[in-house]
Design a protein around this ligand. Structure first.
Ligand code: SAM
Ligand code: SF4
Length: 336
């Protein structure tokens, strides 16, 4: 990270040795899932965590509260695995919303018709719904589930429940669904939802990722822009490179983790379902917060441990370089 200078740590912020201040927390509430997306999980699933290893709501809220009160974390996203398979999710949303942060959820959308109202009433603000194809048969092949109608209905349910903005996450894989880039752009434009294309990352449980399967941001933007002209927007700390349709029909984004890494802007820390604190999605080591939480550690001790972990954060993930090491756990086990 040549462009950033190392600075010394400040006590009231979660700041690393490159000066990146951390304000965003991703919490995985479960490693389990009701889908089997090919770029994430094998068809037979993964060995699930024993229930006693998964953090309770009380433990999750304690960590969140500490990060908010001590370090000014201002936004939280719940994820998984599939977060909606965790029982009583709206109750957790309610507890976290009462801490006064911006609260978001990433979900596969399959059960949103049942849950969207309760989540919105509990205080959820924003939602990202993952959808990688608009073709029912391809959906079956990609997810090993026959749930496209439910997901489409879930998107409507989220909009009707007043969650805003509703965004669509679309992982693009060469030869699998890249022929649908324009269809998704049109889907977003017609429904008034922002589509976020995601470059395929080497975090699939089956290790099928290879350079050639990645469709990069430049290609995605040029394919859309040749039909619907686009103008780039300035990138803040958010991971997406965002573009505005010049005809005023909304925005589209690309999370270009592979070809246009945004590590130098990263403001994110993560808590896995089993209570491991991670300073990077691609980190190869974790801080065992569950052991501290269950071992009687004080708030000061837990806060100091998290600050120490962030202080050690590396400059970036180095995907595509010889030095890149895949994390031991895959996407659904970390929390995407
Ligand atoms: N189950 C929820 C879902 O699918 O939205 C939340 C968890 S999922 C791991 C979070 C996001 O990570 C989803 O948008 C999913 O498409 C994305 N994802 C999973 N594996 C990925 C991979 N190997 N590369 C890029 N994105 C991936
Ligand atoms: Fe489940 Fe989300 Fe992974 Fe798909 S991407 S298998 S929905 S955790």
């Amino acid at each position: 990270m040549a462009q950033s200078q190392r600075i010394s740590q400040q006590p009231s912020q979660l700041v690393d040795s490159y000066g990146r201040v951390h304000r965003d927390l991703r919490i995985s509430v479960t490693d389990r899932c009701n889908f089997r997306c090919s770029y994430c999980m094998p068809p037979e699933g993964l060995p699930w965590l024993p229930r006693e290893e998964v953090l309770t709501f009380e433990e999750i809220v304690r960590v969140a509260r500490l990060l908010i009160d001590r370090f000014g974390i201002s936004s939280i996203r719940l994820t998984g695995g599939e977060p909606t398979v965790r029982a009583h999710l709206p109750a957790l949303v309610g507890q976290l919303a009462s801490l006064g942060v911006e609260l978001a959820l990433t979900t596969n959308g399959a059960t949103l018709r049942l849950l969207a109202d309760d989540l919105a009433k509990a205080g959820l603000n924003r939602i990202n719904i993952s959808l990688d194809t608009l073709d029912p048969e391809r959906f079956r092949n990609l997810t090993h589930r026959d749930s496209l109608p439910q997901v489409l209905d879930g998107i409507d349910a989220a909009c009707q429940a007043g969650l805003h903005p509703v965004k669509i996450n679309t992982v693009v894989m060469r030869g699998a669904n890249d022929d649908e880039i324009l269809d998704f752009a049109e889907f977003g434009r017609s429904r008034g939802v922002e589509v976020r294309f995601i470059e395929f990352m080497p975090l699939d449980a089956e290790s099928n990722w290879e350079d050639q399967s990645v469709v990069g941001v430049d290609e995605i933007v040029s394919r859309i822009g040749s039909v619907y002209p686009l103008e780039p927007l300035a990138q803040g700390s958010e991971p997406a490179s965002r573009y505005r349709y010049l005809d005023g029909q909304g925005h589209v984004g690309v999370i270009a983790s592979v070809t246009r890494s945004f590590c130098h802007l990263c403001d994110r820390v993560r808590l896995t379902a089993d209570g491991q604190f991670r300073n990077c999605l691609f980190a190869t080591s974790e801080l065992d917060l569950r052991a501290l939480l269950r071992g009687g550690a004080s708030d000061d001790e837990i806060a100091a441990a998290m600050a120490g972990s962030v202080a050690e954060k590396w400059a970036g993930h180095q995907i595509g370089q010889v030095a890149f090491i895949r994390p031991r756990r895959s996407m659904s086990q970390i929390g995407g």
